[in-house]
Design a protein around this ligand. Structure first.
Ligand SMILES: [Zn+2]
Length: 325
């Protein structure tokens, strides 16, 4: 239940209420902040941040947008939930501390499921149907660190693909990533794309921290992206975002051992297949030299491990390749 009228003109702020019955609080309501900006007739965009609780650029960019914006400037309607998985955001954790679930792996959700499943169900059935476009802002979280990028899936409808790609590029992140892989049907993206709507996501930083650079990019980029989707009259300056893709195989470098990760390359750097990109230091062994970590393909470094300590199977590096224009 949302306690504001999403059709009211101007700015509205309220809460989305979700029932949560626990040992400690039998009739508890989880109240997710919801903001709505309603201007002249136009498209509706649903803005989401905090789908994962340790990714902070999204909540900050949405907060900055809402508090800086006069609804008289806006064409159409923007519905924003800056901390979608509020229990996870308040805990600073990727997953919900209430039920241990990953909100972006339980779509389309379940009306009789756990709290996280019911959050997904509410989005699928109550808010996504209201929207023409969905922007879901992510960052790398604690365990990953990204060269800032917007991200979208390849969809079949060329008009939807064109609108999504144009707005994703307009964001102005250094990279725009088109994923060609079959995406999991547990994700928000699939629900939005199956409904024929524009879906744009992002990976704007990581390691569970904000920097001045990523916060500024998220705030300015969100405004540029919304302008490209028709919510603001302002001209969108040409973007130099590089369009790349991530291959299904040969793009991910995984940790072989539990070790301290010493990167030898920077985010966005060009690498060649076979190039040494990191050393893995075996902190619990006196008889082993650091192990060399090599690039598995040519390309640009899109993502590196977000923490110094890594464990077998963790992603150490993701390599993106340019999309020929
Ligand atoms: Zn995320």
């Amino acid at each position: 239940m949302i306690d504001i009228d999403l059709n009211a003109p101007g700015k509205s702020a309220g809460y989305l209420h979700l029932h949560n019955s626990t040992n400690e609080s039998a009739w508890q309501a989880i109240r997710l902040p919801v903001w709505c900006l309603n201007g002249t007739p136009g498209p509706t965009t649903l803005l989401l941040g905090g789908m994962h609780g340790d990714e902070y650029e999204g909540p900050v960019a949405i907060s900055n947008l809402y508090h800086a914006c006069d609804s008289a400037q806006i064409k159409g309607r923007i519905i924003a939930i800056p901390a979608m998985n509020l229990p996870a955001v308040m805990a600073g954790k990727r997953l919900s501390p209430v039920d241990g679930a990953n909100l972006n792996r339980v779509f389309p959700g379940d009306p009789r499921g756990s709290l996280t499943s019911r959050m997904a169900w509410m989005l699928t059935n109550e808010l996504i149907p209201l929207a023409d476009n969905v922007i879901d802002l992510h960052s790398g979280g604690r365990s990953l660190r990204f060269h800032p990028c917007t991200l979208l899936h390849q969809v079949d409808d060329p008009r939807v693909m064109h609108r999504a790609l144009t707005a994703a590029i307009a964001f102005g992140a250094p990279m725009t990533v088109i994923l060609r892989e079959d995406h999991a049907d547990m994700m928000l993206d699939t629900v939005v794309e199956a409904a024929g709507k524009v879906m744009i996501s992002s990976e704007l930083g990581g390691s569970g921290v904000l920097t001045s650079e990523t916060a500024a990019l998220a705030t300015k980029g969100l405004r540029r992206c919304l302008a490209a989707l028709g919510h603001f009259e302002e001209e969108v300056a040409p973007s130099r975002s590089e369009v790349v893709t991530v291959a299904q195989t040969g793009a991910h470098v995984l940790a072989e051992e539990s070790a301290i990760f010493e990167p030898l390359v920077a985010l966005g750097q060009d690498v060649l297949q076979g190039q040494q990109i990191a050393r893995a230091h075996l902190a619990d062994r006196s008889d082993k030299r650091p192990q060399s970590v090599f690039a598995v393909s040519d390309g640009k470094v899109l993502c590196l491990a977000g923490q110094g300590m890594t464990h077998r199977g963790d992603v150490l590096c993701v390599i993106a390749t340019s999309v020929a224009s």
